[in-house]
Design a protein. Structure first.
Ligand SMILES: [Zn+2]
Length: 294
């Protein structure tokens, strides 16, 4: 177990990913997050019916612990498109599903509850990125587009780019119809990213992490630089929100990344806020994803 200034009991991190980053969880019994019921506890999304004041308080509690002000956050209204934001600070003022920046004073954020959250870091060129890839963003190869934009706008070599793939609904749990698989086929994805669901004739199990991994490989990301936490939102109700499992009555996680160094932890550190995030576990690998349909 390794502590980090950007980690915490409510946050998962990817071993080997060097930039400040994290994937929030529901936070369990930790003293952060005030949402209750279906949304307990650290719900960071407003789109599913939780109380606005509580969600805003959860966001401020997390940002306070990370040492970022809202004015330093780049978050956006996610629309299942393929637009990549320029990554400047903005609090839900633009529509996008990804962002890339070389600034070291911005926290990039995406939210999700089954969709694939991806964090990008090029430690050589000094660039970070985020992406929110549901089935539409995955079909559109948004992950590959982020890598391309890191190269075009900021001079990244894709071989230097690390990508952390956070908690999401995984291949054994994500049943879709032919309307979805046909979109993947039309976009050039191999048929290996879905398979017939043995329990439901005419339905398919679609593997979003594998489809994103293939798109990233096509974009030049090296296999050893894809850091998959291996966690399934659908399988782990105590840890994660799942839109599919909970039929929409659930919360949202945040995934975040910043180029700000650990030596510059931000204004909250002086009050001890950031220090409260120490002692986190780091997670990597696929062992935590349970069997069966998971
Ligand atoms: Zn699962």
């Amino acid at each position: 177990m390794t502590a980090g200034p950007h980690a915490g009991p409510c946050v998962l991190t990817a071993a080997g990913f060097q930039a400040l980053h994290g994937f929030t969880t529901r936070a369990g019994g930790q003293a952060i997050g005030g949402s209750v019921g279906h949304y307990a506890r650290l719900n960071l999304g407003l789109s599913s019916g939780d109380e606005r004041a509580v969600v805003e308080g959860n966001r401020d509690a997390l940002l306070g612990r990370l040492g970022f002000a809202r004015s330093e956050v780049c978050c956006f209204d996610q629309v299942h498109g393929d637009r990549v934001s320029a990554g400047d600070p903005g609090w839900f003022v633009e529509e996008a599903d990804a962002a890339v920046t070389a600034r070291d004073d911005v926290l990039l954020v995406v939210s999700s509850a089954d969709c694939v959250p991806l964090l990008f870091h090029d430690p050589v060129a000094g660039v970070v990125g985020v992406a929110h890839c549901g089935w539409q963003g995955t079909a559109a190869k948004l992950a590959a587009k982020v890598v391309l934009i890191m190269a075009e706008r900021h001079g990244s070599d894709p071989a230097d780019v690390r990508v952390a793939l956070g908690p999401c609904i995984r291949g054994g749990c994500y049943q879709v119809g032919e309307d979805v698989t046909s979109r993947f086929a039309a976009a050039g994805h191999p048929a290996s990213v879905w398979r017939p669901d043995p329990s439901a004739p005419g339905r398919f199990l679609l593997d979003l992490p594998v489809a994103n991994a293939l798109a990233l490989a096509e974009a030049g990301v090296r296999q050893e630089n894809l850091l998959d936490l291996g966690r399934c939102t659908h399988c782990e109700p105590a840890e994660f929100y799942s839109h599919r499992r909970d039929k929409g009555l659930t919360g949202r996680h945040w995934a975040y990344v910043s180029l700000r160094g650990p030596g510059d932890p931000g204004p909250e550190d002086a009050s001890g806020g950031a220090a409260a995030l120490g002692g986190a576990g780091r997670f990597q690998g696929t062992g935590a994803h349970r069997g069966g349909r998971g």
